[in-house]
Design a protein around this ligand. Structure first.
Ligand code: HMG
Ligand code: MG
Length: 298
């Protein structure tokens, strides 16, 4: 089976909701260890309002301290032109804009309607094209919204299609709440892939109900070749109360290697990284594979 590209979102999605203050030096060490484990796309921070997400307020220090590795991309989140300009000035060469398939989450997360968010992304994509910066697009709540309830697949497809038409090179479709079953994900993917070619899609699954690894497997079988994940299953979204972290990168790597799919990741080094960040943050390692392999070492 063709190789899979993993987008490591631990330093951003993983840490944005962390209740404790995470020192910039810890973030930088995490990013470096992820790169050393073979991750080639590492989302490092967000250029969002510090009032909305205080944990990402050190975005400039993170960008300044990055020890860039050859062949590694370090994308950042930018909700608007202000964020984009600051990101590029800080050296970002790839950004991500983030929309929602549901109005309720759009308002809570970025304080505007879906239509308004697309209007805000337009100048970002135009400025990015002028400066040779790649833009990725996220669609949150593609199966369920914490405010509006279940999301009709056609609605997820509509927003994904708009981001693709705008010029995003890849659209990451998210189960923000982490409640979707593979059946719901496949219904959503069927609708989305009728509008955006499957080669341009990525899966972003939170793991609140323990379904995320099953969702990765189901979407991989359905043809997806890019997945977002967070080492040690870190994270959650501050505007999706109760939602837990992303699927753990260690678990995804173990699954894919078991399917004979190459990821370019060294599982042992990744497990070390997951255990190190869990210990450093004083939290339980959210990767079952990570915990089992650490226990096996004795
Ligand atoms: P707003 O309050 O409507 O913004 O927030 P505004 O344009 O009215 O400006 C208000 C103030 O914010 C002004 O400052 C602006 O300059 C400032 P003041 O004049 O009052 O001092 N401002 C900014 N500051 C820093 N960076 C910026 C920026 N823009 C304006 N980029 C805004 C709108 C979008 C800024 C706000 O709602 C926000 O920052 N939201 C971000 C929320 C967030 O980061 N959520 C988590 C990431 S998304 C996610 O986790 C989902 C994902 O993982 C996929 C999934 O799982 O679903 C991607
Ligand atoms: Mg997320």
């Amino acid at each position: 089976m063709a190789a899979v590209r993993l987008v490591e979102v631990g330093p951003r999605d993983g840490l944005q909701n962390e209740p404790r203050n995470v020192p910039t030096a810890v973030k930088l060490e995490l990013i470096d260890r992820l790169g050393a484990a073979g991750l080639r796309d590492i989302e490092v921070t967000s250029f969002v309002s510090p009032r909305w997400v205080p944990q990402m307020a050190d975005q400039l220090e993170v960008m300044r301290g990055l020890q860039r590795r050859a062949g590694v991309n370090y994308p950042v989140l930018t909700p608007n032109l202000k964020g984009f300009e600051a990101a590029v000035a800080a050296g970002a060469t790839e950004v991500a804009v983030f929309a929602s398939a549901s109005e309720g989450f759009s308002r809570k997360n970025i304080n505007c309607s879906i239509d308004e968010s697309i209007d805000r992304f337009m100048p970002v994509v135009e400025a990015a094209a002028r400066s040779g910066v790649r833009v990725r697009g996220y669609v949150s709540c593609t199966t369920e919204c914490p405010y509006d309830g279940p999301t009709p697949p056609a609605r997820a497809a509509r927003v994904a299609g708009r981001l693709h038409a705008l010029g995003c090179y890849e659209i990451s479709v998210a189960d923000t709440l982490g409640t979707a079953t593979p059946a719901a994900v496949l219904r959503m993917l069927e609708a989305v892939s009728a509008v955006v070619p499957v080669e341009r899609l990525a899966g972003h699954f939170h793991d609140t109900y323990g379904m995320a690894i099953a969702n990765v497997h189901a979407s991989c079988e359905a043809g997806l070749r890019v997945f977002d994940s967070a080492v040690a299953g870190l994270g959650g979204c501050p505007y999706a109360k109760g939602a837990t972290g992303n699927v753990a990168t260690e678990d995804v790597v173990y699954l894919l290697h078991g399917m004979g799919v190459d990821t370019g990741v060294d599982l042992d080094r990744l497990v070390d990284c997951g255990q190190w960040i869990s210990t450093t943050l004083g939290r339980t390692n959210g990767s079952r594979v990570g915990r089992a392999l650490i226990a096996k070492r004795g």
